[in-house]
Every structure is written in C-alpha cells, then in structure tokens.
Design a protein around this ligand. Sequence first.
Ligand SMILES: Cc1ncc(COP(=O)(O)O)c(C=O)c1O
Length: 390
Amino acid sequence: MLENLEVLPPDPILGLIAAFAQDDNPEKIDLGVGVYQDDSGRTPVMQAVLDAEARLLETEGSKSYLPPAGTAAFNTGVQQLLLGDDCSNRYGGRLASIQTPGGCGALRIGAEVIQRSSAGNRVWVSDPTWANHLPLLGGAGLTFETYPYYDLAGHRLDFDGMMACLQQAQAGDVVLLHGCCHNPSGADLSLEQWRAVTDLALQKAFTPFVDVAYQGLGAGLEEDAAGWRWMAERVPEMFIASSCSKNFGLYRERTGALVLLAETEQAAAAGKSQALNAARQIYSMPPSHGALAAGLILQEPALRDAWQSELEQMRNRIVQMREALVEQLGDDFAFIRDEFGMFSFLGIAPEQVTHLREKFGIYMVDSTRINLAGLNSDNLEYFVAAMRSL
Ligand SMILES: Cc1ncc(COP(=O)(O)O)c(C=O)c1O
C-alpha cells in the first residue's frame, strides 16, 4: 500500500528551520519561524504558566479523559477573553465553545461544522493569508475565494479592494478574518473598518469566521478584541477560532478553542453537538495540560495579573523592535511601525532574500515575511548592516 504513495516535499517553513539549524554562521538569525522570542533569542515558558503547572502537579490527581468539550474553566475563560467578562449575560445560550488542539484544531473543527451545514461551503480568505488556512479548511471540503487584503507594493492594507470584492459574498458564504496581527502582513483592520465589514456581513448575510491567534500581541488584550467584539454584538452568527499558542506560549501543548455564536440557543446547541461529533471522528478528546494551565491562569486573579503583565512585556518588546528597525532602516520601512504583532513583509526582491540567507545567515520565508520577535538587542545591528548592504 505505502509503496503506491509519493514522497511529498517538506513544508517550506520546516525546510527553512532545518536549513537554519545546519547553518554554522555564529551570527545567523531566524526570522522565519512564527514563535515569540525574548531579547536573548529564547522562547521561554511564561512564569505564570510555570506557576499554574506547579499547582496542577499538586492537584491534578488523574490523567483520565477530559469531557469531549474540554474543561468549563478554560472554555469560560476563553469566551470572556474573546468577548468580554459579561459575555454569558450578553449572549446567554447563543454562545457555545469546545476546547480544541490549538487554533489549528479550532479552524478545522469549525470548517467541519460549516461543511455539514446545508448553507454552503464557500469561504473567502484574504490575499495573502496564513498558508495553513488552505489545507486546514480545504481538508474539510470547503472551497475558496480570495479577497484583496494587502497591497505589497504600496505596503498598506487594501481596504477598498477588500470591500469591493466582498460585495460578491452571498448568504451562506463564510468570510475568514484575522482577529488581529494579520499573518503574514501585520496590517490590521481599524475599528472603523471592522464596523464597515460588520455592516457588509449584515447586508450580504455572510458568516464571519474570525481567527484569533495573537490576542494581546497587537495593541493590547482588550484593544485587539474591539473589532470582533463590535461584530459579535451585531451579527446573528459568527465562528471564532482561538489559540493559546502565542499569547500563553503554550505552542506544543496544543491549546485552543472553537467558539460559536449562533442566532438562537437551539442553533448553538446544534453547532456544538456537530463540532463534538466532528472532533470525535478525528481525535475524540482534546489534550488537557495546556488548557488546565490556561484555565487556571484565566480564573485566578493573581495568576491572571502576572500573565497579563508578562504578555504586555512581550508585546512591548515587539513594538520596540518595530520602532528600532524603522529608525535604523529609514522611512522606506516606516510601514513596519504601523503594523501589528510578530509579522511584517520586508518587501525586498527574491534574490535579496537568497542573498541575506547565503551571505549573512539571515533566514526568512520567500514571501519576505519576517518575525520581528526574531530580532533583539544583540542581532539588530547585524541585521540592519546586512539590509543596508543590499
Ligand atoms: C493566523 C494563525 N491562525 C492560527 C494559528 C494556529 O496556531 P496553533 O494551532 O499553534 O494554536 C496560527 C499559528 O501560527 C496562525 O498564525
């Protein structure tokens, strides 16, 4: 059986990680991989997570399965983080969520639910979008249309293009939006633009699916949520995929949630039961460790305060790197200061990407997306010198 199969090429980002690992240049810099790094280039476990884990070690007592929807502390905590502390009063039974293996799990289970609905299976994604959106949603059978989002030559959000294109969206279509810190461009919708997209969703009766993988790393925990909260208060139906990989640093613990906001309580119950059934067909129960830790942090005021201030330090470091880079590279790169989260496109030519890799050991994906958190006080000067040499 297996001999009938072809060997597939490795994922480009994994190929880049492998090439970086083999590079013996002592000054090499990895701007490709999408994980946060501190000023010493490490991706440490957050102190609040270590403290929560220490408590779990004392109290957990069993590794028996979690319930299929995961734990209530985690699901409630994530709902409140996304939609505000008063969300259960505001939305009541219209809101349902299940814990998933990471944001990827939430995107995939959300796609499975959409595919099972008779309404349609067409999803509009931004051009560009995170490369993994296509296999995650397409693997469930959804088909794609793209809407313009980022003007690479102009280094800016193409909001007019986006809105003009989405005029074609129809009832039953899904429009995938990045909640904040758009990956790969870093260009986010302003609150005013979220309002306009909300009006369009109401007019065209499409369902927004908001992918929230970086809450707290853009403008702040509450600030980042303002746009999708505005939308949630107005649209009859919305999907949210939430990831704790970046903002809790729980990458390998596969911690996330799919949140469904439905028009009625009955539709929410139906959506949740379909999500659980889809999960049962794929992985049965969610993993527990990361969600227990995140749930504890979200419910315990002291842990939550500690986590929030740590997250704010991470966010500030990224903002500082953006500012330092623009200061050193000059106004041609001023757009980097106006973008959010870990990523921005440098917008250099493909041969310059190769040159930076081969001559300087500076690694980035071919699209020129860089992870600003890969820069730090030790390597910034080297990176700037390499850029000036182009
Ligand atoms: C835009 C976007 N969505 C979702 C995810 C999912 O992350 P995870 O499955 O690791 O929680 C990521 C991770 O890089 C992402 O960049």
